[in-house]
Write a protein that binds this ligand. Structure first.
Ligand code: AMP
Ligand code: ZN
Length: 457
């Protein structure tokens, strides 16, 4: 099957061809672990999780190596430690664990590798030494800087010209740079900050060099796919390219992919604006799959405006799918592949809205299937497709119970009373109970193996 991906570097949708189909490599910039991620930060891990699943289906589970790092040394982490008085590694380990729990609750598979920056400092030092030796970097009082002027290609990912870059942002504490766009590879030791010894002087790494070093060490370059949020194109990914390509003389990544922003009231969700909701808060009211579905409801490159309404729609869509699975509760699903129309939608630059439409059609097919063999096939296709999107992992009865929260026990009682009324042939009472359940938005489904219920579509 052919996969097409939009490559930020070429600004085109291209046919994806890994350098080695038996070893497909992908790297996605992971979180800086000093506080809770917000739901916008969850968009990249969820989007690239779907790509990971698609690549594994296409090339084989063992063939795909996906690395997502932890940035566990950074200005913000140092500031958080100074504020709380906790040791840095206590903070970073805690928020790594929280990130894993939150992404896990959203159905994100663990990546193959999750390298930590602090465990690759010697690789960063070696890379900086290479850049110094090549004249691509220079030493100043405040640190080691990458020299943008020495790199003809600089700006090729973001499409910024050297002239535009001349107006680059000033960064506090970097007054001794030669050019405003030069960026820190290494920051000279300051009292009270973590520090590592290096041939060019003690200090700590800059953010961009972390990813360049981890990619080289964990995956080797060029990698097939490098991903992250759109805000990382410049400067972070531009700088990763500059460092790695200047050091190695070949491309860092062949395909660059960037997800659009998650917004609220059309404004980017971000800690600095303060308009954030965390997965943790959302998980109090919504099931993980509902949140995941909402994140996948727009194409990954498009902006996605987050709202209660979006979540309600996501839940209604999933209720419909779970309703179809519940109706076929007594049918064993056939062992089949996800239908090609569904897979092709995902293979077309991860078109999740089209894939979701296909999934909905599969639920319709399951609902109308009559013969046992048709039902088994329809259920099998629905579940195989859902697996690729990372949904329908719950037991359907549990799904509906969970979405009714505390009311579920009350509904169970009414359903049991209705079963008893029917057994006693008290049809007036059983009809009354059915109406009462209907008023609560519940539909009872009677089958040979008993009565189950679901949220009415
Ligand atoms: P940060 O912790 O800010 O480095 O962000 C971690 C990841 O989340 C990066 O890939 C960012 O590009 C991405 N990201 C941050 N904010 C948003 C947002 N509002 N919408 C989508 N992605 C975001
Ligand atoms: Zn990175």
């Amino acid at each position: 099957m052919e996969i097409a991906l939009t490559n930020t570097l070429t600004r085109r949708k291209e046919r994806f061809e890994p350098a080695n189909p038996s070893r497909v490599t992908m790297y996605v910039c992971g979180p800086t672990v000093y506080s809770y991620a917000h739901i916008g930060n969850a968009r990249p891990p969820v989007v690239f999780d779907v790509l990971f699943r698609l690549l594994r289906l296409t090339y084989g589970e063992q063939a795909v190596i996906y690395a997502r790092n932890y940035t566990d040394i950074d200005d913000k982490i140092i500031a958080a430690a100074a504020k709380s008085g906790e040791p840095i590694d206590a903070i970073t380990r805690k928020f790594e664990r929280i990130y894993e729990e939150d992404t896990g609750a959203l159905g994100v598979l663990p990546p193959t590798l999750t390298p930590r920056a602090t465990e690759h400092v010697s690789d960063m030092i070696a890379l900086i030494e290479q850049l110094l030796a090549k004249g691509a970097a220079y030493k100043a009082e405040t640190g080691i800087y990458f020299s943008v002027a020495a790199d003809e290609d600089y700006g090729k990912l973001s499409g910024r010209s050297q002239d535009e870059l001349k107006a680059g942002a000033r960064v506090e504490g970097e007054d001794d740079k030669r050019h405003p766009s030069d960026f820190a590879l290494w920051k000279t030791t300051k009292p009270g900050e973590p520090s590592w010894e290096a041939s060019f002087g003690a200090g700590r790494p800059g953010w961009h060099i972390e990813c360049s070093a981890m990619i080289e060490k964990e995956l080797g370059s060029p990698i097939d796919i490098h991903g992250g949020g759109i805000d990382l194109i410049f400067p972070h990914h531009e700088n990763e390219i500059a460092q790695s390509e200047s050091a190695h003389g070949h491309a860092l990544a062949r395909v660059w992919m960037h997800n659009g922003f998650l917004t609220m009231d059309r404004e980017k969700m971000s800690k600095s604006i303060g308009n954030i909701i965390t997965p943790r808060e959302l998980l109090e009211d919504w099931q993980g799959e509902t949140i995941r579905w909402a994140l996948l409801s727009a194409h990954y490159r498009a902006p996605l405006d987050w709202s209660e309404d979006l979540l309600r729609q996501a839940q209604a869509s999933l209720d419909r799918l779970y309703g179809a699975v519940l109706r076929l509760k007594d049918v064993a699903a056939a062992e089949v592949d996800a239908p090609s129309a569904f897979v092709e939608a995902l293979a077309d630059d991860l078109n999740t809205p089209a894939a979701i439409a296909e999934l909905s059609a599969l639920a319709t097919a399951a609902n109308v299937a009559k013969k046992p063999a048709e039902q088994a096939r329809a259920k099998g296709e629905l579940l195989a497709a859902a697996r690729l999107l990372g949904v329908l992992n719950e037991d359907p009865e549990h799904w509906f119970r969970a979405s009714f929260g505390d009311e579920a026990a009350e509904i169970d009682r009414l359903v049991a009373e209705r079963v008893a009324a029917r057994a006693a042939k008290n049809y007036a009472e059983s009809d009354r109970l059915r109406d009462e359940l209907a008023a609560r938005g519940v539909e009872v489904m009677d089958s040979a193996s008993g009565s189950t219920w679901r949220r009415k579509g």
